[in-house]
Design a protein around this ligand. Structure first.
Ligand code: HEC
Length: 110
């Protein structure tokens, strides 16, 4: 019994440590998606293209800026899903895409 426990403890500990890492998105995959699907409006650095900035002003937040970076992942996801400009886009995303792209947005932090 004790022997089994001694074997089990490291396995359980490893699982607890590793599982959250699997839950988080993959920033590299997120970057690929961002450059294909988001850059046209949000610009490469997340600040928003000049045309979009002009059109939306303060409604378009810089993705690397304080306001967005202070949001929890779930809040960013909610904003993303609710943005009127994303309607067509949201429907085409695959499971995991949003997590990955949020992981990439974290790398834009100023
Ligand atoms: C057609 C242009 C367009 C595309 C493409 C687009 N966005 Fe947006 N996005 C916007 C606009 C405009 C807003 C802010 C105004 C609103 O609510 O529509 C916004 C808002 C956001 C927000 C919330 C922050 C804010 O400014 O309110 C996030 C996060 C975001 N976009 C991420 C993304 C990601 C990630 C992609 C690619 C998967 C993407 N967007 C593609 C136009 C776009």
């Amino acid at each position: 019994m004790l022997k089994t426990l001694r074997l089990l403890v490291p396995v359980v500990l490893a699982a607890i440590i590793l599982v959250p890492a699997f839950g988080a998105g993959d920033a590299e995959k997120g970057k690929e998606l961002y450059m294909k699907r988001c850059k046209s409006c949000h610009a490469e650095d997340g600040a928003g293209t000049p045309a979009m900035q002009k059109k939306f002003g303060e409604k378009l937040l810089p993705l690397g800026g304080k306001e967005v970076q202070a949001m929890k992942d779930a809040e960013i996801a909610k904003k993303f899903n609710e943005a009127a400009n994303h309607k067509a886009l949201v429907k085409t995303l695959q499971p995991g895409d949003l997590d990955n792209v949020i992981a990439f947005i974290r790398t834009l932090k100023k």
